[in-house]
Design a protein around this ligand. Structure first.
Ligand SMILES: Cc1cc2nc3c(=O)[nH]c(=O)nc-3n(C[C@H](O)[C@H](O)[C@H](O)COP(=O)(O)OP(=O)(O)OC[C@H]3O[C@@H](n4cnc5c(N)ncnc54)[C@H](O)[C@@H]3O)c2cc1C
Length: 311
C-alpha cells in the first residue's frame, strides 16, 4: 500500500485549516488498514485517523507520524424477519449510508441526514441529533487493535457509548465497520422517510453554517455541571449561554468568527489559522465562565497539538 510523504490536510478537513501530514495512507480494505497501522508501529510513528475531518481542528504545524484516511467503502445488508442488518465500512459517509438505506427501503438512520462525516468518525463521537444517538441503531462492529494489528468482532457494549463518547477515544482501536439494526418498510413508508430526510436537511441549512466549521465547537453540559433551571429542567445547552452573550456573528479573532447563525459554531471566514480558532474558543470559554461560572468543554477533536489547547 502506498504511503505518501508531506501531504496537505487543509483540503481534507471541514475547517479548511492546518499544516500537512508527515506521512499519509488511504487503505481501501481492512487488511490494508492493518498493514498501515503495522507500518507505523514498526517505524515508531504516531498514528492518527481522519474521516471527512468534519469534527476536528488540525494544528498549524500539521500532524507528525502517519495519518490514515480509511477509504473502506462497502455497504451490505441482510434481512432477518422484520429486521435488517446493515454493515457499512469506516470510510462510508453518513450521506452514502442513508441513501443506500432509503434506496433499499430501510429506515432509521435518516434522522442523521445532513450530518457530514464517515461511519468511523461518527461511531467515534456517537453522533446525535435531537433525541437520536447513533448507538441506538448500532449492534456490533469490527475494530482494528493498534498494538497487534488484529481485526476483532465486538458487540455494541464493547464501545461503552455515552454522550459524545465511545471507547475509540482511548485511541487503542480503530473502527473497520459497524452494523446497524434497521427496519424494512413498504415503498410508501420509504418515500415518507425520504421526505423526512429532505426536510431535516432543509431545516439544517436555515439553522447552521455548513462549510468552514466543525459543527458545534463545544459539547453540551452534563446535568450535574449546571445550576440554571428553566421550567424545572436543567439548562444543559451550551449554545443557550453563548447566545445570551450576544457574540453570534460579532466575536472574532483573526479569520475565525462565531457564526451569525449559531453561537456554538466557529467559522473560518477564509484565512483563519488554527491558533485563531483556539484564541477565539478560549475567549468564548472565558466569557461563559465569567458570566455563568461554568466552563464549556470542546466537542471538536484537536489533532497535531503538543498540548491540549483549551482551558
Ligand atoms: C456543519 C456541521 C454540522 C454538524 N452537525 C452535527 C450534528 O448534528 N450532530 C453531531 O453529532 N455532529 C455534528 N457535526 C460533527 C461531525 O459531523 C461528526 O462528528 C462526524 O461524525 C464527523 O465524522 P468525520 O468522519 O468527519 O470525523 P473526523 O472529524 O474526521 O474525525 C473525528 C474523530 O474521529 C476519529 N476517527 C475517524 N475515523 C475513525 C476510525 N475509523 N476509527 C477510529 N477513530 C476514527 C478521528 O481520529 C477524530 O478523533 C457537524 C459538523 C459540521 C461540520
Amino acid at each position: 500500500m502506498n504511503i505518501e510523504k508531506t501531504i496537505l490536510l487543509k483540503d481534507k478537513n471541514w475547517f479548511a485549516i492546518g499544516g500537512p501530514a508527515e506521512f499519509f495512507a488511504e487503505p481501501t480494505t481492512g487488511d490494508e488498514f492493518a498493514q498501515a497501522v503495522n507500518y507505523a508501529r514498526e517505524k515508531e510513528l504516531e498514528t492518527t485517523i481522519i474521516g471527512l475531518g468534519a469534527n476536528m481542528l488540525i494544528s498549524d504545524e500539521g500532524i507528525k507520524g502517519l495519518v490514515i484516511r480509511p477509504q473502506l467503502k462497502k455497504i451490505i445488508h441482510e434481512l432477518k424477519g422484520e429486521d435488517v442488518f446493515v454493515t457499512a465500512e469506516a470510510g462510508v459517509t453518513i450521506e452514502e449510508i442513508i441513501n443506500y438505506c432509503l434506496d433499499h427501503q430501510l429506515v432509521g438512520l435518516e434522522e442523521f441526514s445532513g450530518i457530514p462525516g464517515t461511519i468511523g468518525g461518527s461511531v467515534f463521537i456517537n453522533i446525535h441529533y435531537f433525541q437520536y444517538n447513533l448507538h441506538q441503531f448500532m449492534i456490533s462492529g469490527q475494530i482494528l487493535e493498534k498494538e497487534t494489528g488484529k481485526i476483532l468482532d465486538v458487540d455494541r457494549d464493547w464501545f461503552q457509548f455515552g454522550y459524545d463518547q465511545s471507547k475509540l477515544h482511548e485511541k487503542k482501536h480503530y473502527l473497520i465497520n459497524a452494523t446497524f439494526k434497521l427496519k424494512k418498510v413498504s415503498e410508501i413508508d420509504a418515500a415518507y422517510a425520504k421526505g423526512r430526510s429532505i426536510e431535516i436537511i432543509r431545516h439544517r441549512i436555515t439553522r447552521y453554517p455548513y462549510k468552514g466549521t466543525c459543527g458545534c465547537f463545544f459539547r453540551n453540559f452534563h446535568e450535574n455541571e449546571v445550576a440554571l433551571e428553566i421550567n424545572g429542567k436543567k439548562m444543559i445547552y451550551t449554545s443557550y449561554y453563548l447566545d445570551k452573550l450576544g457574540i453570534k456573528g460579532e466575536l472574532s479573532v483573526g479569520g475565525a468568527r462565531v457564526s451569525h447563525q449559531h453561537a456554538n459554531m466557529i467559522v473560518n471566514s477564509g484565512n483563519a489559522t488554527a491558533q485563531d480558532v483556539i484564541n477565539l474558543a478560549r475567549k468564548m470559554q472565558e466569557l461563559v465562565q465569567k458570566n455563568y461560572g461554568i466552563l464549556p468543554q470542546a466537542e471538536c477533536q484537536f489533532l497535531g497539538f503538543k498540548e491540549y489547547p483549551l482551558f
